[in-house]
Design a protein around this ligand. Structure first.
Ligand code: MRU
Length: 530
C-alpha cells in the first residue's frame, strides 16, 4: 500500500516561479522526509510523486549528485514531461555538467517549457547562465518568444502510445537517449510480439549494428536512432582539436549511413544534427549541440506523425475497412506512426473501423508489429496473407489503403516502401480504391532525380527460405520452410510510381505526389510545433 500523506504535504511543482520556499520544512524535517522517501522509492522505484519530492529535497539539502540521480530516473520515466527535463537541467547545472544541462533545457523547451521569466532568474541555473553554452538557450528562448502567436503549424497534443504488459500501462518511445550513460535506448523489435524489451547501445558502432540487424527498424525510428547515434559518437570524442573531431564525426556519420541504405530519414536526420553542431565554437559546444539536435529530430518526428494524424483522419469514415502494408506505426517512428496516425486520430474522434494488416513476408512486420500495435491500441484488425488483398478488393471489402514510405522523391513523387507496396497500389488502382502514403518531412529525398537511382536493399535469402517464430517452450526459433538447396532473391523495397498514388499525407497537408516539388519550400522549411 502506498502511503502518500507525507508526500503530498510538500508536493508542489519543483522548479517554477510559483514555488514557495517559506512554506518549506526545516533541515531536520527535510532529513526525516528524505529518509522516509528513500524507503518509499526503494520499495517502488517508479513512484513518480515520491521521486519528485525526493529530488527536490536532495537539492534543498545541497545533495546535488543524489538530486541528479533522481532527476535522471524521472526523465527515464517521464520522457515527455517538460518540467522533468527542466529539473534535470538544474541538477546538471548544479553538478557542473554544462553540456548535459543545455541539452536537457533544450529538450524542456522543445517539450513546451515556457516559464522564461523563471528560467532567467532560477538560482539553480546561475552558473549555467554564465557559461558560453547558454547562448544557445538564450537564442532559442528569443526565437520561441518571437514565434508565439505566429501562424505556424500546430499539431494537436501528441497521441501517446502506451504499452500494456501484465496489466500495467506505460508510455514508451521507440527510441530515446540516456544522456548519463551516453546510450541509445531502443525497443528490441525482433522479439515482438512475443516479448517486449528495451536494449541500450553504448557506442555508435553498437547503434549502427542495431540498425543493420533490425533491432530497430522503420524509416523514422532509424532516422532518430542515427541522430542519437551521431550525438553518442560525438560525445564520446576526447580532446579539443576541432579538425580531429570533424574527421571523427565524418567517420561516425559514414558508419551510421551504411547501416541501411534505402530509407533517407537517417541521412536527413544526421544532416540536421550536423547543421546544428556547426553553430558551436568548440568541441564541447558541438557535442552539446549534437545531443540537443538529436532530441529535436526525435521530437519533430513524433510531432510530424501527430500532424499527419490530423490531416489524414478525415479520410477515415465510420465503418471503413483499411488496408496497410508492413509496419508504419509507432514502432517504425519515435511515436504515433505515419500510416497509423490517421487511424489513431480517427479512433480518438470516436470512429470505428477495421484494419487489414498485410502479413508482409519475408520478415512479417505486418503480422508481428502492426498487429501487435493495433491490439495494444484497441483497434479492430485482422492479419491477411500478402496474396489475399486482391481478393478482398474484388469483393468490395477494402475501402482505403494507407502505407508508409522509406524514401519519397520530392522531384518525381515516386514512393519507395516495403516490398509488395507497388503490387497493392496496382491492385488498388484496378479496383478504384484510394491509395494514400503517409510521411513525415524527413522521408522526402529532394536530390534524387529518378526512382531507378534509389538504393534498394537486397537482403539475405534466409529471410525468404525460412521464418522466425516461437516454439512451444516459448523460445525463439528459426525454421526452414523452402525446398532445401533452392536459392532465393530478396529485395527489401519497391518503388510505386506517382500515378498510382491518390495522395501523400504530410504533416502540412495532403498533396498529389507530383505537387511535392512545387511545394518544396513549404515542405522543407515547415515547422510543426511540439
Ligand atoms: O525493413 P523495415 O522493417 O525497416 O521496413 C521499413 C518500413 O518500416 C516499411 O517500409 C514502412 O512501411 C515504411 S514507413 C516507416
Amino acid at each position: 500500500m502506498r502511503i502518500i500523506g507525507p508526500v503530498w504535504v510538500y508536493c508542489m511543482p519543483k522548479k517554477s516561479s510559483a514555488t514557495s520556499r517559506s512554506a518549506r520544512p526545516s533541515p531536520r524535517d527535510l532529513d526525516i522526509e528524505i529518509g522516509f522517501l528513500e524507503g518509499v522509492v526503494r520499495r517502488d522505484p517508479e513512484y513518480l510523486e515520491a521521486l519528485q519530492v525526493l529530488g527536490d529535497d536532495y537539492t534543498r539539502r545541497g545533495k546535488y549528485a543524489d538530486g541528479l540521480r533522481v532527476d535522471e530516473q524521472l526523465a527515464r520515466l517521464r520522457p515527455e514531461d517538460s518540467l522533468v527535463h527542466y529539473n534535470l537541467a538544474c541538477s546538471y547545472a548544479l553538478t557542473d555538467h554544462f553540456d548535459e544541462a543545455v541539452a536537457a533545457l533544450d529538450r524542456a523547451l522543445t517539450l513546451g517549457y515556457r516559464d522564461f521569466k523563471w528560467l532567467s532568474k532560477d538560482p539553480d541555473l546561475t552558473k549555467l547562465r554564465e557559461h558560453p553554452l547558454f547562448k544557445k538557450i538564450r537564442a532559442r528562448v528569443k526565437a520561441l518568444k518571437v514565434k508565439r502567436g505566429e501562424n505556424s503549424l500546430r499539431a494537436s497534443p501528441l497521441p501517446i502510445m502506451n504499452v500494456t504488459l501484465r496489466g500495467r500501462t506505460r508510455h514508451y518511445r521507440t527510441v530515446t537517449f540516456a544522456a548519463d550513460k551516453n546510450a541509445v535506448v531502443l525497443v528490441e523489435q525482433r522479439l515482438l510480439p512475443h516479448q517486449f524489451q528495451t536494449v541500450a547501445t553504448r557506442t555508435y558502432r553498437e547503434t549502427a549494428a542495431a540498425i543493420r540487424d533490425m533491432v530497430v527498424r522503420g524509416a523514422g525510428a532509424i532516422g532518430a536512432t542515427a541522430a542519437y547515434g551521431l550525438a553518442q559518437g560525438a560525445r564520446a570524442f576526447r580532446g579539443g582539436n576541432l579538425k580531429k573531431f570533424h574527421a571523427y564525426v565524418d567517420q561516425v556519420t559514414a558508419t551510421l549511413t551504411a547501416a541501411r541504405p534505402t530509407a533517407v530519414d537517417p541521412v536527413n536526420a544526421m544532416c540536421q544534427v550536423r547543421q546544428h553542431m556547426s553553430a558551436g565554437a568548440t568541441v564541447g559546444e558541438q557535442q552539446a549541440l549534437a545531443l540537443a539536435a538529436a532530441e529535436e529530430f526525435a521530437n519533430e518526428d513524433a510531432a510530424h506523425c501527430a500532424a499527419i494524424g490530423e490531416h489524414g483522419a478525415p479520410l477515415i469514415a465510420e465503418g471503413m475497412n483499411i488496408l496497410t502494408h508492413c509496419n508504419a506505426g509507432w514502432l517504425a517512428f519515435v511515436d504515433v506512426g505515419s500510416a497509423t496516425a490517421p487511424m489513431y486520430a480517427a479512433q480518438a474522434q470516436g470512429r470505428k473501423f477495421h484494419v487489414y494488416c498485410d502479413e508482409t513476408r519475408p520478415r512479417s512486420q505486418g503480422a508481428t508489429l502492426t498487429a501487435w500495435e493495433l491490439a495494444q491500441q484497441g483497434v479492430s484488425h485482422q492479419i491477411i496473407a500478402d496474396n489475399a488483398a486482391g481478393f478482398l478488393m474484388q469483393r468490395g471489402e477494402i475501402d482505403l489503403v494507407i502505407v508508409g514510405s522509406d524514401r519519397t522523391l520530392g522531384r518525381t513523387g515516386e514512393v519507395t516502401n516495403k516490398i509488395g507496396t507497388y503490387t497493392k497500389a496496382v491492385l488498388a488502382r484496378r479496383h478504384g480504391i484510394p491509395f494514400f502514403v503517409a510521411i513525415p518531412l524527413s522521408t522526402i529525398d529532394w536530390n534524387l532525380k529518378s526512382g531507378a537511382d534509389i538504393p534498394i536493399e537486397e537482403r539475405n535469402e534466409s529471410e525468404v527460405l525460412g521464418a522466425w517464430g516461437v516454439n512451444d517452450a516459448g523460445r525463439r526459433q528459426y525454421v526452414g520452410v523452402a525446398n532445401p538447396g533452392s536459392g532465393a532473391r530478396n529485395p527489401g523495397f519497391d518503388v510505386t510510381p506517382p500515378e498510382l498514388i491518390t495522395g501523400i499525407i504530410t504533416p502540412v497537408g495532403i498533396f498529389k505526389p507530383k505537387e511535392l516539388w512545387g511545394r518544396r519550400k513549404q515542405l522543407s522549411g515547415a515547422h510543426v510545433k511540439h
